[in-house]
Structures are given as C-alpha cells and as structure tokens.
Design a protein around this ligand. Sequence first.
Ligand code: UDP
Length: 430
Amino acid sequence: MNQERRHRLRATCVLSLGGFSSGAPERLGRFLDIAVSSLLVLVLSPWMLLQACVAWCVSGTVFARTRYFGRDGCFDKLAFARVAPGSDLACLLNVIRGDLALAGPRPVAVSELGAMSSAALLRFVTRPGLISPFRLQRSVGIAHESESVAENQYALEQSLAGDVSLLLRWIPARFVASAQPVAAAPPTVRMLGVSIDNIAMDEAVARLTSHDRQTPLRATFVNPDCLNLAYENETYHAAVSSSALVMGDGIGLQLAGRMLKTPLEANVNGTDMFPRLCERAAKEGLSLFLLGARPGIARAAAKTMTARVPGLRIAGWRDGYFEEAEEPDVVETINRSDADILLVGFGAPRQELWLEKHEARLRVPVRVGVGGLFDFYSGRIPRAPMALRELGLEWVWRLAREPQRMWRRYLVGNPLFLWRVLMQRRKGDA
Ligand code: UDP
C-alpha cells in the first residue's frame, strides 16, 4: 500500500471517530493560538530573521521540513535549516497556519505512523500541540502511563480551559525539567553516598511483582529527606544501601539528578506506585499485607484498593503503633497471612530499620518501606492536585496541610539537600 493511501485510510479512521472539536470554544482556541504565536513571532522576529539568514547562507534553504500527521492530514513541520538554539521556533508558523495548536497531543511524524496501534490514533481527534501533556509529565518524571494513554485522554477531554492550564503549567515546569534525554540516563545514580536504581515506574513494579519466593527482596523509596538522614545517620545509610532496590522519589531528586548530569528516569514514588502495584499483584495472583499508620488507616486503604482493583487480595493489615515487646507478634501475624508483598508505612528511618531488624524472621518475599502511603489511600490526607504535582510542588501541598510536622523537612531539608548535592558535584563524586 503506498504511503499517501495509508495516510488517507488513517485519516478516514480518525474522521469516523467523529470527535473533532467544533463550535465557539474551538474558534476561541484557534484565535488564542494565532494571537499568542503571532505575538511570539513578532517579539522573536530579530532572532528568527537571523536564523533564517544563516540557514539560507549555510544550507541554501531557510526551512528544514519534516512530514507529520495531524488532525487534518499530513503537513510539513518547519524548523530553520541550520540547527541552532531556537531553530525549532519556526514551527510557530505551523501554529499560525493551523497545522498545530500551542497545546495538544504530541504531533506524530509520518515515519512513526506505521508502528502505532489503532488505539493510539485517537489522539488525532484534535489538533496536535507544541506542548503536550505527556511531554510535560515526562519532563518532571511523572509520566507513568504510556504516551498513547496520556495523549488520547487529553485529546478526548480537550477543552479551552485544559489547554490554557497546560500552557501555564508548562512555563514553570521548564525550570525543573530534565535537560538531558532519558536515554542518556545511567543504570544507577549516586546521590549523597546512596546508589539509586534509575528505573521507570513500570520496571519498578515488575521487579516487585516478579520476584521469586526463595530470596527476600527489600525495597526502599528515598526522597531528599531520606538522603539527608542517610547522610547524617550511618545505621540508616547502611539499611538503605543494603536494600536490593532503591527508588528515587520526588522532584528534589529529579533536580539533583540534573545538577549531577546523571538524570533520573522517573519520579518513582510510593503513592503513584500503589495502585499500579495493586493492579499488577491482582493480575499475578499475589497478595499484600499493609502494616503502618494510625489504627484503622491501613484497613481503610485496603478497603479502597479492593473496591478499585478487581481480584486484589489483601492478606492482612495492622496499624504501626505498637511496643517493641509486641514485635514478635506482629511478625508472626504477617507470616501467618502468607502474603507475597509487605508494605511498611512507619516513615523513614523507622520502617527501613524495622525491616532490616526482622529480615531473617519475616517470611514474606518482598518487603517495601512506603512512608505515609496509607494515609493518602484511606482518604485521611488528600493528595495534591495533579496540576501541583506536574509543577513538582507536591511538597508545598504537604507543607500547607501539616506545617508543624513538615516545615523542617521541606524548608530546611530541601535547601540543605540541594546544597549537599552541589558540594557533591564540586567534588566530582557523581
Ligand atoms: N507511623 C507509624 N508508626 C509510628 C510513626 C509513624 O505507623 O510509630 C506512620 C504515620 O502514621 C504515617 C507514616 O508513618 O502514616 C509516616 O508518614 P510520613 O508522612 O512521615 O512519611 P513519608 O510519606 O513522608 O515518607
């Protein structure tokens, strides 16, 4: 089948979905796209003209064109022919022409089309955008869904307010975004003397759910607060370092990875992982034991998740407030439950030290320290809205909710962590 015919077929498929935006919001969106990109072209015109002249002199042509597929069929995405900072600015002309919008699903090169599933084509119900939701989430390490899921969802729910909010979130996100491509990421990243496994969310979930029952696997999430603790407390440092899997949690670690020029692939935090872990566990027939938080909280979290994830087995739960003398009893309860995965939410460093202390007595193969996770899933503490998480500001939300408990962790701990990372960079100990 020739290429043009294939494109026509795909376009027909898109049209048959019948989801094109239309009407007043569409016209207003288009008007804003034209107004903003024309203004940008006007302001940046000296730089763009210079780029155009250099491209013409060096390459004999002003634009490099790449064939893309969008809402209305194929188009040429423009860039200045000589690659230089800002050569991509030429695609503002695509926005004015109507091939692209400022915000929308990532445009797809014609060369990519062949490898795309038909489900992924749903994104074409709307104009592709220069700024896409998936790219925004990936830049701050929270793109845990596949690209097509994120882009399709955005395309189907597209609204003017959503577009404006995406553009507004994108501006500050640029400051925390990873500058280096994920492909450049090393397998482990060393921060303040701790080696962090540089893996994406899916891989972390796979490691926890495909582990054999013979050897125990202890896994730890580390955020800036944990790394500060590990820096100051040798026992905790040893407990973290002896974990088989260390996952980097939070925007602070993304920033630090960038400062050390060893970018972390993803923000692998327990709160985002929990539903994914439950889904995978249900699929694999694995059961979970939830240990930690105030009385009633682990149980409420178990209830929420069993209602949400069909087939999920919670083998047991227990609160995290007990005396040392009760510990053998707690271990016995966990062992009797015959759970496959134990989640311990006592907060750091207690959970890691507790897991290390009972390493030999526990029979559950996979053990993970998860912090205040159960509080979120029980509904005791609401999680930060997505827009704040995309800006890397979940910590501000937590600080606002529990200022007395969190001020030291965030207002003192975060700058101290970044300072220590800076010192590490100076010493070249990356
Ligand atoms: N916690 C516990 N036993 C204790 C002290 C704390 O189970 O002796 C629980 C507490 O109720 C909370 C969690 O440990 O659910 C600590 O949450 P934190 O917000 O400090 O952890 P983070 O998510 O920030 O790592």
